[in-house]
Design a protein. Sequence first.
Lengths: 334, 229
Amino acid sequence: MDPRSADHLLDEPEGALDRLAEAAGASFPNLVRAREYTHAELGKRAARLEGIDSAVVLFGSWGREELTSESDDDWAVLDDAGETTLARARAVLGGADRDPGQQDLFGLSFSCDELVRNIGLDADTNTNLTRRMLLLLESRAVAGRAAHARCVGQVLDAYLGHGVRDFQPPRFLLNDLIRYWRTICVDFEGKRRSAQGDDPKYAARNAKLRTSRKVLFAGGLLPVLLCHMKEASEMPAFLTRQLACSPVDRLAAAFIQQQAVPEGVRAIAAYDRWIGLMGDPAVREELASLRQATRDESALFAQIREIGDDLQRGLLALLYETGLSPLTRWYGLF
Amino acid sequence: MVPALLSPISPRMSPHLTVGCSTGFMDEARGDWPELVRQAAAQAPFAVELAALSEPELPGLVRYLEGGPSLPFLYTSVHAPSKHRRIPELDLVNMLARLPRSIDAIVVHPDSIGDPRLYRPLGRRLAIENMDARKQAGQTAEELAPFFDELPEAGLCFDVAHAKSVDPTMEEGGRILEEFGDRLRHVHLSSLDENCHHVPLTEHDESLFASLLSRCRDVPWILEAPTTS
C-alpha cells in the first residue's frame, strides 16, 4: 500500500495510476501493460546507445509511457551532436514501420538553445513550439539523461525566469501551453483542408485529438495551475518533478486529491480502452482507411468518439466541478 | 432565448456542466418530436433524454431520428418503452439497435426485460436503470447484478429518486454506485410523490442527494420533471 497522502501524491504523482486503481478496486490493464512495455523498451534502447553524452530523446507515446508494439519512434538528438551520434541513433531508433510520424520534427537533431531563445514572435515557428512543448510534456531520454534534464531546465527557466509571483500560476508558460493545444487543434483543420478529403491520417489525427492529445494538454495544464500552491522559488522543482511523471499519473493524482475518484476511474478507464485500441494493428489499419466522408459510418470511430466524450467529461468534471474550478475559471480563459 | 437551466436555479445544479431534460414530462407535445426537442433545448442545450416510455411512441421517435434531424445536444439518450408493451422483445431490441450512432445511450427498465441476452446487440449504448420501490426487479444493487452479469457492456442509468424510494437513507443508492459506478452513463434527477411519480426536485431531496451526486460529476444529469412546480 502506498503510504503517501493525497496531497503528497499530488506533489509527486509517480504511481498515482496504481493508487487510483487501488482506491476504487478498478484496473487499467492496457495502460499498465503499455507502461511496463515502455520501461522495458526504453531500457533496451538505452543499453544500445550507452556511452552517448548527447541527449537522445523519445517523444510521443514513449514520453507518455503508453508505448504499444504499433507505436512510432519519434526521436531526436538535442543540440549539434555530430553525424556519428545521429547515425547510432538512427541504427537503434525508427526503421521499418517505426519511423517518426512527422519527418520534419523528429529523426534529426535540434538545438535546445533555439527552443529557449525563440519563444513567441515570428521566429517561434510551429516546429519550434511543438518541439519545446513536447520536450516538456512528453519526452524521455535514452541517452544523455543529464543533457536532457539540462535542456528541460533551460526551457522551464525561460518561462519562470521573469515575472513569476508566489502562489500564482506562471502565466507565460500557461499561455504557451494553451497556445500549443489550440495550435494543434487549428493545424488539424489546416491539414484537413490541404488534403481535400483524402488524407489517410485524418481519422487517426482526429482520434488522437479526442484522446492522447487531450490527456497531454490536461496533464500539462494541471501542474501549471497547481503552481498556485507554490512560492515562485518552488515552482521549477515542482514542475520538474511533475513533468518527469506520465500525464496519466498527474491526472490520477489530481482526481484522488480532489476526491473525485469515481470520475477519475471512469475517465481513465475510457483512456485505457483507447490505449487498448492503439495496440491493435487492425484498428490502425481501419483508421487509415477512414476519411471525413466515411468516418461517421464506422463502428470503430463511434467507439473512439464515445471514449473521447467519456474522457473529456471526466477531465471537465475535474477542472470545473472540484476545488480546481476557481483556478480553471480564473486562469483558463484570459 | 436563454435556456432556463442556465439561469442560477440552485447552487448544486448550476455548476454542473451537463444538465438536460427528459421529454417525458412535456405532456402537451407528446408525440411531436420536433416540438419536444425544441422545448428540451430551450430548457438546456447540452443533454436530452427522448422518452418513448409508452411503446406506441417509439416508432415515431425512430422515424424522426432516422430522418437525421440536426440536434443541438452534446449528449442524447433514448428511453426505451416500459409501458403498453406489445412488440415482441426481439423486434423491440432490433428497433432500438437501429437507432442512429448519434444516440449515446438507450435506457431500459430491468423489469421490462424478459431475456437479457437479447439486449446484447445494444452494446455499450444500453443503460439499465435502477427501479423505484413499486417495481418487481432492479431496485437494489443485488437485484441489478444479474442483468449486468448477462450484459457485460451495459451501463448504469442511476435514478437517484428511485434509490430514495427504495431506501430513504440513500445507503442502497450508495451501494449501487459502489457496485456499478464504473458503468455509470447518466443520472436521472427529480423527486417522487407518494405514488412514485416524478415531481420537481425539492430542496430537501437536493440536499439529501448531494453526497451521491458528488460521485457523478462527469456524467449528464437528466431532469425528469420541470425545475419548478
